[in-house]
Design a protein around this ligand. Sequence first.
Ligand SMILES: Nc1ncnc2c1ncn2[C@@H]1O[C@H](COP(=O)(O)OP(=O)(O)O)[C@@H](O)[C@H]1O
Ligand SMILES: [Mg+2]
Length: 254
Amino acid sequence: MRRVVFNQKGGVGKSSITCNLAAISAAQGVPTLVIDLDPQGNSSHYLTGQAAETLPDSMFDFFEQSLTLGGGRRALTDLIQPSQYENLYVLAAHPELESLEAKLESRYKIYKLKEALQALGNDYQIWIDTPPALNFFSRSALIAAQRCLIPFDCDAFSRQALYSLQAAIDELRSDHNEDLAIEGIVVNQYNAQANLPRQLIEELLSEQHPVLPVHLTSSVKMRESHQLSKPLIHSAPKHKLTQQFVALHELLNG
Ligand SMILES: Nc1ncnc2c1ncn2[C@@H]1O[C@H](COP(=O)(O)OP(=O)(O)O)[C@@H](O)[C@H]1O
Ligand SMILES: [Mg+2]
């Protein structure tokens, strides 16, 4: 399965959700690949313990070589980095990805990622982390993926963004990728004590939005986990938030 985690808003939990769900798949023995398409490289750092720009290979190499014809090509598999965890692999981001964007866009390279991932077949469960924008990289990911998870932070302002996001995904599906399904909206940093988030979720559900029944609460463990470069399943396996991630993973993978 190829999944993308996307919301054009920053700070809603894309990288945290991508990495923690992927780490659970890997810990359960499934070969899992995280593809980091955000030049900020948060997922790359989180899973390898090293800053993205210090890793030997990255998605920069993949996209750059799609712009050059001829020899010396390295397959996508040659760019895969090990993470610090068994069964968990990373195709890292790089800050310089941004500098390629205009060229990739103007030379119609939007299907390159899909072709490369299809060539990987079923070797890995794939999770793609995206930048906080509907740009070349996030659209490449939405075209390459079969499922999309949308993190949502229960902010009233984010609600409008959610509507335009779903419209954008509908358009992408009809123009470029009929396989793409919205797997669900993941409520993150949920505060069960507050009224507003509960009300917002009820309204979204009454409007038929696919809000998933497992909500992720807010916990300092998440920030600690990023600081340690250790996903929750390894840094706090018994914690409530970790158990919510395990339940969400179970919900998605049956
Ligand atoms: N459930 C959570 N509880 C506490 N902090 C969280 C939670 N989810 C995300 N965060 C924090 O919020 C910030 C943004 O999360 P991140 O996953 O980087 O979002 P995005 O990738 O969408 O920009 C990070 O500092 C992260 O540690
Ligand atoms: Mg991120």
